[in-house]
Design a protein around this ligand. Structure first.
Ligand SMILES: C[S@@+](CC[C@H](N)C(=O)[O-])C[C@H]1O[C@@H](n2cnc3c(N)ncnc32)[C@H](O)[C@@H]1O
Length: 319
């Protein structure tokens, strides 16, 4: 992080392919639905339907301790994380009541030198779903792009080759700082709230978000879409990949998280830190469709060949 050389020696293509292979190495095991113990599925359902409660945390922590030295404890993308450090982080996140401070805990370095945010939520969503999002965006070239809830800039780095100008916005200053340090090219970053965007009207032909909307409630979603309508140019597109739970089917990310109790714990931590777990009314795909249609967007659905990733394109039809 932050160790790149002068701009002239910097090769974005090379950097992107290194980032990609680093991520892939960690994704070594995806269980089949039938391999998942039913207790995980029950917990998952509970965790997806209700705000995270102490009963769920305690049960998951207990299971993770029992599994630690068994085959199941070593499986999946979270298998390599030291349980003790994960438990330590979970306690801190759980005790902290301020959302921004909770998220800040995830910007500290984990024992493997990557920041917790990337270990827990980065690996969790990078690959199939975000690869597919990037692929769809990369089918066209864009003049001015906005990445909403950019976090450490994972998505914006990958769409950099397809855009003339790019800005990432996030409410957490420490994540923006990391995004700036990891910048691969012409991306710019701004601290801001996606519900009150610090940009002028009719500014962007492309907007994108990954992993953001599931922490909004219906009211916030309405504000978010109004802001998108305002800053997008007429006929501009908004692309979104998001894991909205509860889902009819387990998708690939859920399968990976459910490979062991550490995976469920990692997810509880991210949900708590992002504030998602505090929301009593979480939005659904249905809400998403309704709100965008009401604001005059048309919706295109894309699915990859094996049905493991979904991307929505919302096209702005304001005049
Ligand atoms: C799960 S992370 C995804 C980060 C990034 N898009 C990625 O895929 O790596 C969600 C991000 O949305 C940001 N976020 C949530 N609500 C926000 C708001 N109201 N305004 C700005 N950023 C927000 C969080 O700070 C967090 O960085």
């Amino acid at each position: 992080m932050g160790d790149r050389g002068p701009e002239s020696q910097f090769n974005p293509e090379e950097k992107l392919s290194t980032l990609k292979s680093e991520q892939k190495k960690e994704v070594d095991f995806i269980p089949k639905v039938n391999d998942i113990p039913s207790v995980y599925l029950e917990l998952w359902k509970k965790h997806g339907q209700y705000p995270v409660d102490n009963e769920v945390w305690d049960q998951v922590i207990d299971m993770a301790k029992k599994e630690e030295n068994t085959e199941i404890g070593k499986r999946g993308i979270y298998g390599k994380i030291l349980l003790d450090s994960l438990l330590d982080l979970s306690e801190k996140v759980r005790l902290e009541s301020d959302n921004l401070k909770r998220y800040k805990l995830l910007t500290k370095k984990s024992p493997n030198e990557k920041i917790w945010f990337e270990v827990l939520s980065g690996l969790h969503k990078v690959d199939i779903e975000s690869d597919y999002l990037i692929k769809k965006i990369g089918e066209r070239h864009w003049e001015n792009a906005l990445d909403l809830g950019t976090g450490t800039g994972d998505i914006i780095r990958k769409i950099e080759p397809y855009c003339n100008h790019l800005t990432g916005v996030d409410q957490i200053p420490s994540l923006i700082q990391i995004a700036r340090e990891q910048k691969v090219g012409k991306e710019k970053f701004k601290i801001g709230n996606v519900l009150k965007l610090p940009f002028r009207d009719n500014n962007f032909d492309l907007a994108v978000s990954a992993g953001l909307v599931w922490s909004l409630n219906r009211n916030q979603l309405e504000k978010y879409v109004s802001e998108l309508t305002r800053v997008l140019k007429p006929s501009g597109s908004y692309f979104q990949s998001a894991l909205l739970r509860p889902n009819e089917d387990l998708d690939i990310f859920e399968l990976k998280s459910l490979a062991n109790a550490k995976g469920i714990l990692a997810d509880l931590i991210v949900d708590k830190a992002s504030g998602r777990a505090d929301k009593k009314e979480l939005i659904s795909y249905k809400d998403l469709g309704e709100v965008f249609r009401n604001k005059g967007f048309t919706i295109k659905n894309f699915e990859n060949q094996d049905g493991t990733a979904k991307v929505f394109e919302f096209v702005n039809h304001k005049r």
